[in-house]
Design a protein around this ligand. Structure first.
Ligand SMILES: Nc1ncnc2c1ncn2[C@@H]1O[C@H](COP(=O)(O)OP(=O)(O)O)[C@@H](O)[C@H]1O
Ligand SMILES: O=P(O)(O)O[C@H]1O[C@H](CO)[C@@H](O[C@H]2O[C@H](CO)[C@@H](O)[C@H](O)[C@H]2O)[C@H](O)[C@H]1O
Length: 491
């Protein structure tokens, strides 16, 4: 990820806005801008970050002496690029020790001269205020509209969720979770749409929707049931893959990750059935199949332009997409329906009552309209299968490091290293077959009956992942690149 630059002259640029918040915001900018570019959810653009302008804002004072500045802001860069960010800022004259890690800086000038500015999602008083305003319906927008008021009692203790995520979530009393979208888009929000439909359908595979936080045309957050979990599929998968490599996996009968993978396949399949009932579906016409293949090809071409390492495999991957077009146009055709859109092991939680699927926003950067379009369920199946390979690769790296096989000579294929690589592949294969068997038993289609379609979506996901890793985690790029190579070679 490129390091963002902020030019001092930019900070001094005169800012215009008719909104009250801008007057309040201006004295914060010298500390706010340098802080903003270091957030995980900030997208680095070319040119330096120049300005923040309020689109919507609300300022609420807490009786305890803290102030919540809740704003949707347009961040402008010198290149002309602009993005929207939701910020929840706390302002206090004095900071408690508990908030020292949340500090953004000290405000110079304006109404709060010399007060502390900090990240409000870490302040339980302010986060209680946010939900309390929703319960009572008082205050200016953003409004929290509750869809299940009985499920939102007063007095739940808030805490910031400690998770690797693109947004920010606050958990209330281990019962509710408010996910605050950091880069909200105008119009329908896929997560609200899907959770609303599935909640109405009585889904037990997804968290219940309890409300939404909104201002004007923007959905700023989603209030949902908090699901206490044994862990995410990713944590569990990596742990079990590593155990398997260390010879500790229970491989008898249905033990180990295979049992989990099979149950997971069943849960995803049942979720797909509910989505099929709740949203429109259609059999893709030959023209739509061709359009779908064209989209896959375009995605590949764009990715290969940005990541030249993909180029040697491009022609063969296009061949996989041609096979897809032929296969999907035969027989009864391919059905499209609402799907998850970015399904992987990090999007599923194992709870006492089975696997739950979360985060229906789709792939980051994919337009909302594309996310809502009916698509073959095998796209989700392919996403999860890719994830088994990721978990195996992550575990392999950890075990090789323990065995001292990750050092300077790592490129050399020693017998020990080769054995580990084979074991990791075998683990991913077992997970794959168990997941597909679980899915086939409960789902709308049997993935084994559509190898060409599945292969095309696996290739597309791997290409997407290469681009994602190149942009966000270059060290991880070898994982999806190995899959592209394998698929291109027809293995
Ligand atoms: N309903 C929920 N109950 C419990 N934990 C959740 C719930 N939704 C998400 N989480 C936790 O939060 C993490 C991030 O959630 P996610 O929806 O993927 O956020 P983001 O879209 O910001 O990346 C998940 O990996 C999971 O640990
Ligand atoms: O969770 P997000 O919706 O933000 O999804 C994006 O980031 C994921 C990584 O956090 C990325 O997933 C890839 O890495 C995972 C391991 O960290 C792995 O389980 C997935 O299979 C792999 O695709 C996802 O692709 C991206 O959209």
């Amino acid at each position: 990820m490129p390091t963002a630059a902020i030019c001092e002259s930019c900070l001094a640029t005169e800012r215009r806005s008719g909104l009250e918040g801008d007057e309040l915001l201006r004295p914060m900018l010298p500390v706010l801008l340098p802080w903003l570019v270091t957030r995980r959810w900030f997208t680095h653009e070319s040119g330096c970050l120049q300005d923040l302008r309020p689109i919507t804002d609300a300022v609420t004072a807490h009786p305890g002496g803290a102030v919540l500045v809740h704003a949707l802001l347009a961040a402008q860069h010198t290149s002309g690029a602009s993005r929207r960010y939701q910020l929840l800022l706390g302002v206090r004259r004095r900071l408690t020790a508990a908030l020292s890690g949340a500090v953004i800086g000290r405000i110079t000038g304006g109404r709060w001269h010399d007060w502390w500015l900090y990240e409000a999602t870490e302040d339980p008083e302010l986060m209680s205020l946010l939900v309390e305003r929703g319960r009572t319906g008082r205050g200016r927008p953003p409004h929290l509209t509750l869809t299940a008021p009985d499920a939102v009692p007063a007095g739940l203790q808030p805490r910031l969720l400690d998770a690797e995520q693109s947004n920010t979530s606050v958990v209330y009393g281990n019962r509710l979770m408010l996910k605050l979208f950091r880069q909200p888009q105008p119009g329908n929000n896929p997560e609200v749409e899907v959770l609303s439909a599935l909640t109405e359908a009585g889904s037990t595979h997804t968290p219940r929707l309890l409300g939404r936080l909104h201002a004007g045309d923007f959905v700023l957050g989603v209030l949902q049931e908090y699901l206490p979990a044994d862990g995410s599929g990713w944590e569990l998968g990596v742990r079990q893959a590593a155990d398997s490599l260390r010879g500790r996996e229970d491989t008898c009968g249905l033990g180990g990750f295979s049992a989990d993978a099979q149950a997971l396949g069943g849960s995803v399949a049942r979720m797909h059935r509910l989505l099929a009932d709740a949203f429109p579906r259609r059999v893709l016409t030959p023209t739509q199949v061709v359009r779908c293949a064209d989209e896959l090809t375009l995605r590949l071409q764009q990715a290969a332009k940005e990541v030249p390492a993909l180029q040697p495999y491009a022609a063969r991957i296009v061949g996989i997409y041609d096979d897809f077009t032929r296969a999907a146009s035969q027989g009864r055709g391919l059905e499209g329906q609402r799907i998850h859109g970015d399904l992987h092991l990090g999007q599923v939680l194992r709870t006492q009552t089975g696997w739950k699927v979360i985060d229906f926003e789709g792939e980051p950067g994919r337009p909302g309209a594309a996310q809502g379009r009916p698509q073959p369920v095998l796209r989700d199946v392919a996403g999860m299968l890719r994830s088994f390979e990721y978990a195996a690769a992550q575990a392999l790296g950890a075990v090789l490091a323990e065995e001292g096989e990750d050092g300077a000579g790592a490129a050399r294929l020693s017998p020990g290293r080769l054995r580990r690589i084979r074991q990791a592949r075998a683990w991913a294969q077992r997970g794959r077959h168990a997941f597909m068997a679980g899915y086939a038993a409960a789902g709308p289609v049997d993935p084994y009956c559509h190898p060409a379609v599945l292969r095309a979506f696996e290739a597309d996901k791997a290409v997407y992942e290469v681009l994602y890793e190149a942009r966000h985690r270059p060290d991880w790029m070898p994982i999806p690149l190995a899959a592209v190579e394998r698929l291109a070679r027809g293995r």
